[in-house]
Write a protein that binds this ligand. Sequence first.
Ligand code: NAD
Length: 506
Amino acid sequence: MTTATTLPAGRTVSADTTAFLSRSRDLFIDGRWVPSCTGQTMDSFDPGTGARLTSFAVADSEDARRAVDAAYNAFDDRKPWRTMTASTRARLMFALAALMEEHLDELAELEALDSGKPLAVARDFDVAYSIRHLRYFAGWANKIEGATIPVDVPDMMCRTERTPVGVSALIVPWNYPLLIACWKLAPALAAGCTTILKPSELTSLSVLRLAELSVEAGFPAGVLNVLPGLGNVVGPTLIEDPRVQKVSFTGSTRVGAEIARRAAEGVKRVTLELGGKSANIIFADANMDHAIAGAAAAIFSNSGQMCNAGSRLYVQRQALDQVLDGLTEVASAIGVGHQLDEGTQMGPLISRQQLDKVKSYVDMARSHGADVVTGGSADATDTDPDGTYYQPTVLTGLDESSPVVREEIFGPVLTVLPFDSLEEVAQRANASDYGLAAGIWTRDIVTANRLSNLLRVGSVYINTYGQSDAAAPFGGFKKSGYGRDMGRQNLEYFLETRTVWTDLRM
Ligand code: NAD
């Protein structure tokens, strides 16, 4: 089906991107583009203008079963994916990474248009890091080793082998659509699994383009399937199918818990990367310019739509005024605008629903007596009235009794709270259902390490915030989930261990 592309007025994208948007996309199952069983499609929108970008097929349960058929067949011992050497598997992954690099600008334009993130961020972070992930894990593909175990049984050899867990369902959110897909896809492929990737219904475009590139890279049919559609339709079918052995999910804690319940019935392996409400802690002795800039970036990057956003800022009392002044200066200078415009540092939120959620938390903050230090409104200069923009916002005057401080807002809203001592701030930082990340800003390495040891979180950033690398594991404690994305550790979650005993006397 051919569709008309509506690009925002006065904004241009490459011919490749225009060509991609000019056609509705089908589902990608078994190496082919197929319409959904119901023929249903969905539109994707530019959150910066509300304009329709293109449309794509929406999978239903029957399509999900077809995708599992494809992934299960491709996992058969006699099929190319299972008989090829690990080095060949790695070569395919390197080829896909090279194609992504070749199409970097196009992938970045699609990602920016679809998700609202500034173009430069989409290019230099999302797409660039997706490529790095593929290359990092491609490097592991032929280095997966078992061990020889020194058992206490004479003349007996005991060794372990690592074998892929099997068909893996990879369910991802909208805030880093391509990158989080690659966090999961890269280790799954390196391990030798076959995959069904379920993007968010709000941001399916970059992953659909990835599927096209995977054909060009030479992946056998059925190894990578992409199923855009509604999570509550496709998800349960994928999770309940006995042929799916592994579910790797990133998204909200509510959906993650539901997935874990369903997966438990089938004793599926599950990795959950969920929500957060991370504490960022500034001591009075910190390098203040550095700490203030870092605290602002920790909440305003990606319009605050980051699972590890430093959304609760604790400031040692004697530095509170200085930090609030600094944050006001930084926040009011942030260029809010359309994601394709040069100079935009913060784009729109993903959807009207997300904008309404942010507004309602700021309204609640006001009703709880908060002081809105800066921002607090959806009015941003020179932005499209149909876009979903919100100003960088800093609130004070609340404590942990307010849901604004406890709950994940997933927007550019920072609550700032004073503290006095290390023990007190450790206890308050930990008094959260979540345990994803925390930041510490101090010149005192003893303070930094003592506090780091006390924090019940999966990542601690000392004098920095939100660092990420394909080699460094990332994930949460408590309701922020279990298992880890990234790093060697995530490879383990796509592998099983087989222990083999051989009697050497025979
Ligand atoms: P979401 O939970 O609504 O959706 C995530 C994905 O799950 C989407 O693809 C959706 O279609 C699918 N889904 C929805 N219902 C489902 C169901 N019943 N069964 C199976 N799949 C289903 O989350 P979102 O709104 O897309 O993303 C925002 C959330 O993601 C935030 O809470 C954020 O903290 C979290 N997140 C966590 C991390 C991390 O690494 N910890 C990273 C990014 C985002």
